[in-house]
Design a protein around this ligand. Structure first.
Ligand code: FES
Length: 167
């Protein structure tokens, strides 16, 4: 279970404390831990745990203060969670990426991994980073959490589409 946004505007009001609005690793940790004990088959790799507890490129603070060339927001139809991604683009390559989410632990870890994989890649190559590559990078994901890795991938695609529309 994850915290659901009231609207997209609430997604954008993330301040310096992620636990009060968008991505909330600690809140989600409690939820995921509870879910894990409820269904014994859940196993997270150490890499997943690391990226969940220390998400890379997570946008702390006001997104309007992060200069970016493109952004994309998507929702996961499976669970209703949301992801927002911001890109700095130079010479058709991703110079930097930031993101925020209402997603679960798996979505946070997956998007953290994706953000690391995408940096420095051309836009076309970044689009090729799919859930399977993200899961491999993380040392695997529980099968029923695989859909969570799609959220970041789709937000990245939406941001790249947003960039192309501006050209
Ligand atoms: S349960 Fe919604 S992204 Fe994982």
């Amino acid at each position: 279970m994850t915290t659901k946004p009231q609207s997209d505007s609430s997604l954008t009001q993330n301040s310096s404390e992620p636990t009060n609005s968008a991505a909330s690793p600690n809140d989600n940790a409690a939820c995921e831990s509870s879910n894990q004990s409820a269904s014994q088959g859940w196993v997270y790799s150490d890499i997943v745990k690391d990226h969940f507890l220390s998400p890379r490129n997570f946008l702390m603070g006001d997104e309007t203060k992060y200069p970016h060339d493109a952004e994309g927001t998507v929702g996961n139809p499976v669970c209703g969670d949301q992801m927002k991604m911001f890109l700095q683009i130079e010479d058709d390559k991703i110079k930097d990426v930031k993101w925020k989410t209402y997603g679960c632990a798996s979505a946070i870890a997956s998007t953290s991994a994706l953000s690391e994989l995408a940096k420095g890649k051309t836009l076309d190559d970044a689009l090729k980073i799919g859930p399977a590559e993200i899961a491999e990078f993380l040392g695997g994901l529980p099968a029923h959490k695989f859909h969570c890795s799609v959220l970041g991938h789709e937000a990245l695609a939406a941001a790249i589409e947003n960039y192309h529309k501006q050209q």
